[in-house]
Ligand binder design. Structure first.
Ligand code: ERO
Length: 313
């Protein structure tokens, strides 16, 4: 029997695969589809204090090697998602769900967490520190002092399981510095990576960009970002306190991609661009492919190979 079950933040999940925030999670209709699929759980779209319609269209384009998006945080507002999760908790009480949130400043983060504390939410919070697409708002994860300030406040006001979604880092010194900050806090997990911010896709026939906002600059996902995602997963796996687990996100479109993320140290894997392309049925294929690789290698559970990446020296 080959199992892809996993444990995160003390909760058990039948399958390590789930959606990445932003994909198939805008509303109940989309979340229901993930809930009905083979995914181990779902994460909601990052919720803000007030509902948002997001950036003008076009704002998502698939590309040959992945995707570019400048969604601009369209979401129904936190109360909508808390209501939805509350219904799911009642309907399927043995499952645990993820609520993604993002404030535009520390006060809003605190407000969002106060709303969660006041609700009957029993799951895991994913605090998004890495949205690349709101004009005039920098990616928080690149402001190291701000991350420390936010987490200091967050853990003063919130006591449930909480992790952070980070942008990709590209420098060893940044891995060291960010890990040193994260290690000061009782984080349940770190999710690496969000899309690589501010790429540009060009349509040669029309000589135009393909995304409306910010003159076409948008977050890049898919094949392009897998090596960066794997490096971030492994860099944090090497540096973080073992109590802080890793969620691997970026470029997962096959069982092999998931295997690589887990080998780098991921306890759970999220699927964005490929889920957008194939729909929640993808979780069947991904699970089957991962199980096939595990069978070939004689592994029966994720802990047989999680984090066991080999080096050449
Ligand atoms: O534009 C967005 O809504 C968005 N896109 C991403 O690629 N990552 C995000 O974190 C995000 C908004 C929170």
């Amino acid at each position: 029997m080959i199992s892809t079950e996993t444990t995160l933040a003390g909760y058990h999940f039948d399958n390590c695969f789930m959606n990445a925030a932003g994909v198939y999670c805008y509303d109940a209709a989309e979340l229901n589809q993930v809930q009905a699929s083979m995914a181990g759980t779902f994460v909601t779209k990052s919720a803000t204090v007030m509902p948002r319609s997001g950036n003008p269209e076009p704002r998502y384009q698939p590309t040959r090697l992945g995707s570019i998006n400048s969604m601009g945080l369209p979401n129904e507002g936190l109360p909508y998602y808390l209501d939805y999760v509350s219904q799911q908790q009642k309907a399927v009480p043995d499952k645990t769900y993820f609520q993604s949130i993002t404030g535009f400043n520390i006060e809003e983060d605190e407000q969002l967490l106060a709303q969660i504390s006041a609700s009957d939410f029993k799951g895991v919070v994913e605090l998004n520190l890495s949205c690349p697409n709101v004009p005039g708002k920098p990616q928080t994860g690149y402001d190291f002092e701000m991350v420390e300030r936010i987490l200091t406040r967050v853990f003063t006001v919130y006591h449930g399981p909480l992790g952070v979604k980070l942008p990709p880092y590209f420098d060893i010194v940044h891995f060291d510095q960010m890990a040193a900050i994260l290690n000061q806090f009782p984080l349940a997990f770190v999710n690496s990576v969000n899309s690589i911010g501010n790429g540009l896709k060009i349509d040669v026939a029309t000589e135009r960009v393909v995304i409306k906002t910010k003159h076409g600059f948008g977050g890049i996902g898919g094949d392009y970002i897998k090596p960066t995602a794997l490096a971030n997963v492994h860099a944090f796996y090497q540096r973080l306190n073992p109590a802080i687990q890793i969620i691997g996100t970026g470029g997962i479109k096959s069982g092999q991609d998931a295997f690589e993320h887990i080998l780098c140290g991921a306890s759970m894997v999220q699927v964005g661009t490929a889920l957008q392309k194939e729909g929640p049925i993808i979780f069947e294929r991904l699970t089957r492919e991962l199980q096939t690789i595990m069978a070939q290698k004689g592994y029966t559970k994720l802990s047989d190979f999680r984090g066991k990446l080999q080096y050449l020296d």
